[in-house]
Write a protein that binds this ligand. Structure first.
Ligand code: NDP
Ligand code: GDR
Length: 332
């Protein structure tokens, strides 16, 4: 029988790819959308005839319970979060409410309505923070370095705890950075590829960045949502790292992105101390061998292919829409 899935954070990068994947697999898909003064549905407009949107908020447990009662999902994917690390210092309480306690609200609602629902929690490599070993896997100790990382660590442990306390089929996916042409403009990779496209088109002449020496394990978002789905199809609930196993510096991402457009980044990039974080995560590199072995999961594209795909997508976007392609985020 066709399954039903409920996605929180459906308007985000991962939510849009996951909705596509589940629709391809003939799921009935519901996505929670929160009431805001604008309607941020640009990533899912193309799915509007098949994707069902329901109004709710991770801050409001009653709305979550009512949605679960109404939609009767077999699987819930919790992708909603205040997900931008710098903002988590300026909005630490909100980040805790949504990104940490929001997970408990959702788990409580599942317990109240139907404890047989399978649950996916979007955990993160930011929980490793000041990483205690290299590479990081499911057994690496955590040391988060931002209110975001601390909040996600709470979300991770409450997921593990409800699984152990109540026997829920609850999985925590510890995902390393994953990117795509749908990445928000405030995140490093997309900020760079979009700026490259604008510079190439002569629409701007400078890109301000913070720490160029941090190292990240960057993968491709559609691969990672496939991994989320596989976790919920396994025989047993468990926690998994998803990562490429390669690390690259921010500087490398910047240099190659400019190179792909025939530009030299040193002519355009300005260092801005205001974009340096109060505490940084210096080195992330993941070991996804457990996911490879148990789920048959592996990344499909290389670092260079990812950059190329994103630079090309932004060059095309700017060519289509010129200087008004997208609204720049308030904070980057
Ligand atoms: P995005 O920032 O693109 O999307 C976040 C989503 O959360 C948006 O749909 C947003 O809705 C929603 N949201 C925010 N606050 C609330 C709230 N109070 N109630 C309901 N929904 C809310 O994130 P990504 O798609 O990149 O990431 C998905 C998840 O995975 C996040 O939890 C993120 O922290 C985590 N993660 C991401 C990684 C990555 O590299 N992308 C790596 C590891 C983990 P709205 O459109 O209304 O703002
Ligand atoms: P991250 O992603 O913090 O790893 O969290 P982000 O792209 O914001 O930063 C990556 C690295 O680049 C450095 N950096 C800059 N970052 C931004 N955003 N803007 C800049 O101008 C800039 N200059 C340098 C940062 O200091 C950092 O080292 C992402 C989010 O998607 C989280 O939600 C997710 O959990 C983790 O990835 C895994």
């Amino acid at each position: 029988m066709a399954k039903t899935a409920l996605i929180t954070g459906v308007t985000g990068q991962d939510g849009s790819y996951l909705a596509e994947l589940l629709l391809q697999k003939n799921y009935t898909v519901y996505g929670i959308i929160r009431r805001t003064s604008t309607t941020p549905t640009e990533r899912i407009n193309h799915l509007s005839d098949r994707l069902h949107l329901v109004s709710g908020d991770l801050l409001d447990e009653r709305s979550l319970r009512q949605i679960i009662e109404k939609t009767r999902p077999d699987e819930i994917y919790n992708l909603a979060a205040q997900s931008f690390v710098p903002e988590s210092w300026s909005q630490a309480i909100l980040t805790g409410e949504v990104t940490a306690l929001g997970v408990t609200r959702l788990l409580n609602a599942i317990m109240d309505v139907n404890p047989r629902i399978r649950f996916y929690q979007a955990s993160t490599s930011e929980m490793f923070g000041k990483a205690q070993c290299v590479p990081q896997n499911e057994t690496t100790p955590f040391y988060p370095r931002s209110p975001y990382g601390v909040s996600k660590l709470y979300g991770h442990w409450i997921t593990v705890n409800y699984r152990e306390s109540y026997g829920l089929f609850a999985c925590s996916g510890i995902l390393f950075n994953h990117e795509s042409p749908r990445r928000g403009l405030e995140f490093l990779t997309r900020k760079v590829t979009y700026a490259v496209a604008q510079i190439k088109a002569g629409l701007r002449h400078e890109l301000r960045l913070g720490n160029l020496e941090a190292q990240r394990d960057w993968g491709y978002a559609p691969d990672y949502v496939e991994g989320m789905w596989r976790m919920l199809q396994a025989d047993q609930p468990d926690d998994y790292v998803l990562a490429t196993g390669e690390t690259h510096s921010v500087r490398e991402w910047v240099e190659k992105s400019f190179q792909m457009a025939g530009l030299d980044y040193r002519q355009y990039v300005k260092l801005d101390p205001q974009l340096v974080r109060p505490a940084e995560v210096d080195l992330l590199i993941g070991d996804a061998s457990k996911a490879r072995k148990n789920l048959g999961w592996q990344p499909s594209i290389t670092f260079d292919q990812l950059i190329q795909l994103m630079v090309e997508a932004d060059i095309n976007l700017v060519a289509r829409h010129g200087g008004t392609a997208l609204h720049q985020p308030l904070r980057q």
